[in-house]
Design a protein around this ligand. Sequence first.
Ligand SMILES: NC(=O)N[C@@H](CC(=O)O)C(=O)O
Length: 429
Amino acid sequence: MSLVITGASLMGGPRKDLYVDDAGRLVGELPAGAGRSRGVETLDADGLVALPGLVDLHTHLREPGREDAETVLTGSRAAAVGGYTAVLAMANTTPVTDTAEAAIRVWELGREAGLVDVVPVGAVTKGLAGEELAELGLMARSRARVRVFSDDGRCVHDARVMRRALEYVKAFGGVVSQHAQEPTLAGPAACCHEGEVSGRLGLPGWPGIAEEVIVARDVMLARHTGSRVHVAHVSTAGSVEVVRWAKAQGIDVTAEVTPHHLLLTTDLLTTFDPTYKVNPPLRPEEDVKVLREALADGTIDAVATDHAPHARHDKEHAFVDAAFGMLGLETALSVVRTVMDETFTWADVARVMSQSPARIARLDGHGGTLSPGEPGHVTLVDPTASVTVDRDDSVSLSRNNPWHGRSLTSKVVHTVYGGRVTVRDGALA
Ligand SMILES: NC(=O)N[C@@H](CC(=O)O)C(=O)O
């Protein structure tokens, strides 16, 4: 059945009706009101902003291995509620996604869930051990069409392995997404940002320089190999400086920032609440300010959630012992809208949360522009809503939600995936 989305403002521009045909493709814009007479399913979007379906470059779905924290199905639900129509599922599952079979399995689970495109990320190295390259070519050529490779959770710290990986993925337009954390500078005990607060609280810290030296090394390796590198969850002003320099040299580098690194700061450590323990750690206000500026000026290409669900028994520990990570899929758009000022337009939101991530991941069928011929993936947002986050409202299996109790601006109301309404009035359809 075809669908008409009526009265939405396209990326904050003029109000139009959007028509999705029965093959799930955007047919084109109709003048407002024209859709109502066509005798097809109608989705009322009066007063809402229409964005191309959001794409998350960095999601942890936990299946296989930790289905008590999240599954492909529950993570897909959280994604849809957050306005996403595609997520890249990180490889640090048990077993690790380091073979074509493992990648196909995740991809199939995503198809079964049927709520978003679940695109597996392949590990760079076998078992994330950082030594031997995983089956990069087989994963790329498989039905799962893997294009993004990452040992996320661990850094590909061996420069020789990183160089090989970059050379290898070049052959099929792949990219290495690096978790930049130099392991001798950020030792195994490090649990938060190294600085004044960690010193005062006596917590072992991980300094910004541990990220920056890897980013600097990797952009040089990308230049040397003529290949493409992506910096996952950039968290410091120094990393931004390196990325800005590298882009100016024409080096093929892209970068993402998480919603939490755009708002939350190191001071939250004083609560000793392990909800705020995340990797890379929350940084000081000075870094947050630079990250926002870099997102606005395009130095940082994308917002990616790093949605990292954890079961209670892994999170509810003393700060030093708790697992790293926080939820993000359901709140990402509202956080971005809350932290970025009015000069950051809806077209900018579409760029950093849909268009650029789709381009970086070489995703088929996520054009990110709502143009005719693109698949009917549409996110409809109420720009005036204010929501107070309640962690128990989540459709994720986990509750490690750092936004609990906070008021955020704007809210995803409906999500349309391939012409099918997956979320209506904020709830799964
Ligand atoms: N981002 C996180 O804090 N956690 C991630 C992996 C990681 O440590 O990067 C996870 O898988 O839980």
